[in-house]
Design a protein around this ligand. Sequence first.
Ligand code: OSB
Ligand code: MG
Length: 369
Amino acid sequence: MRVDSAVLRHIKMPLVHFFETSFGRTYERDIILVEAFSDGASGWGEVTAGENPFYNEEWTASVWPLLRDYAIPPVLHRELGSARDVTPLNAHIRGHNMARGGFEAAVWDLEARLHGVPLHKQIGGGARREIPCGVSIGIQDSVPQLIEKIELELAAGYQRIKIKIKPGWDIDVIRQVRERFPAIKLMVDANSSYTLADAGRLKQLDEFYLMMIEQPLAHDDIIDHARLQARLQTPICLDECIRSARHAEQAIQMRACGIINIKLGRVGGFAEALRVHDVCQAAGIPVWCGGMLEAGIGRAHNIALSTLPNFTLPGDVSASRRYWKRDIILPLVETTARGTIAVRDGPGFGYAIDHDFLRSITVREETVS
Ligand code: OSB
Ligand code: MG
């Protein structure tokens, strides 16, 4: 397979509701899409970088020059044995995993389409026909508002609830949620808003039998997480600080976590996500698929990833309508009453692009050839 060219698109999509994490509120997404071409066929990727460099170092504006000037050119017009060959051609670039991963995912989708097979099959997945779904609920203005949101998501069938926490929106909030919902699968995500000095406070969360506490400490730390984990009963789940299979291996060896959240973009694409998956599986560490408020293409890629065997816990991949009035794919991603998403078997990521809508929300487009 040869990639002849790629098209970058910048789209703007307002969220149905703002989403608040410990690092800020998002009202509208600015997303970069990558379409990779070979012999008239094309595959799609979605870059999961946010609008600001707050989750990691990347943001919408950093992605464009990185892809155009660095990540795509070394791959064009070369004979590739498979999409697995993309990552090594870009290994000299430091960081920018999300930009690289968006392009890499497009080449996997392209390869699947050239073979006429579903993307989940191309990556070696397909272990399950439905993926278990949870939701991530952002920081709210009040606890009653949060409780109302949880009620709605449970009524829709979602299997577990994740609540964003930060200092000042933590113990008291979780206590009230637990009192109201004593039996649900519940977890929290701090997005790096605590330090080891808060270990006593985080220890108080043990009382609420949470499934896990996601990324309580620094975005680039593994060592302090190991120190904290030794003091907590609740398993730590690492998100931000696992950017490669090597990080996963080291974190597991140090007992810094009991669970890992895999995000396709954060680790630089499918090839590395597969390696993280395999490292965790061999060590008996369960994984689940994280989300970055993706539009339909990224969402569909997450569904394919979630069909790998060690994705045994409900992920943050949920229905399109929780984010968008209209999505860029058809049909929309929907959940069953059991809180699952049925895996589709069309070629590639399995959904059609809504080209009319996509055109209407595209603010910039450039071909790299
Ligand atoms: O830490 O998982 C996170 C959204 C933006 C940045 C980071 C995170 C999140 C989410 C939302 O939790 C998951 C989703 O619903 O897509
Ligand atoms: Mg997280």
